[in-house]
Write a protein that binds this ligand. Structure first.
Ligand code: SF4
Length: 172
């Protein structure tokens, strides 16, 4: 997540970090095999992810998006996620925000705070507090996000998840 601000006050993720836990803290970040390849190529590391069952059951609540559960999770209920520090922070979270360039970040991170299903972007999450958005603006404007780019990343994450599913021997 980026750092966004103005001369007198910090907005967006930086502002959020000042008042509470951000989405880079305490969140289970799913990574596709292509996410893992991109991050490994950038960091020259392969120790940044693990296979894990969801700790938070919210990740299993995908009634409106049935292929997500089938494609993102293996038959034993696990999926690949980024490792976290003992305090819950993402391993790539630095003092100034994410240490990965945008085009290397997990697709999940690039898409946040958009909400989406396999069929398209459905809205914007309400997880970002109002206090981090300047009056008359929206969180996607503060973050400099472009809807067309979000749709492209959404297409990409489902294509990568489906490819992982097929590679595991799943049904087309
Ligand atoms: S990879 Fe970057 S954007 Fe994603 S959770 Fe970690 S620190 Fe945040």
């Amino acid at each position: 997540m980026g750092i966004h601000g103005c001369a007198t006050r910090l907005w967006g993720c930086a502002g959020h970090a000042l008042i509470g836990q951000t989405c880079c803290q305490g969140t289970e970040i799913l990574v596709t095999s292509r996410d893992r390849e991109r991050i490994a190529a950038f960091t020259a590391r392969t120790d940044f992810f693990e296979r894990a069952l969801p700790i938070d059951p919210v990740y299993l609540d995908q009634d409106d998006d049935p292929n997500w559960l089938v494609w993102a999770f293996d038959t034993d209920g696990t999926r690949h996620v980024l490792k976290r520090e003992p305090n819950g922070d993402c391993g790539f979270l630095g003092h100034l925000g994410c240490t990965l360039p945008l085009d290397v970040r997990p697709l999940i991170c690039r898409l946040h705070p958009y909400e989406y299903t396999e069929d398209g972007v459905t809205g914007v999450s309400s997880q970002c507090p109002d206090e981090v958005v300047p009056p008359g603006s929206t969180i996607v404007e503060v973050l400099g996000m472009v809807p067309d780019e979000a749709e492209r990343w959404r297409d990409q994450i489902y294509a990568e998840l489906r490819a992982d599913h097929l590679e595991r021997g799943g049904k087309p």
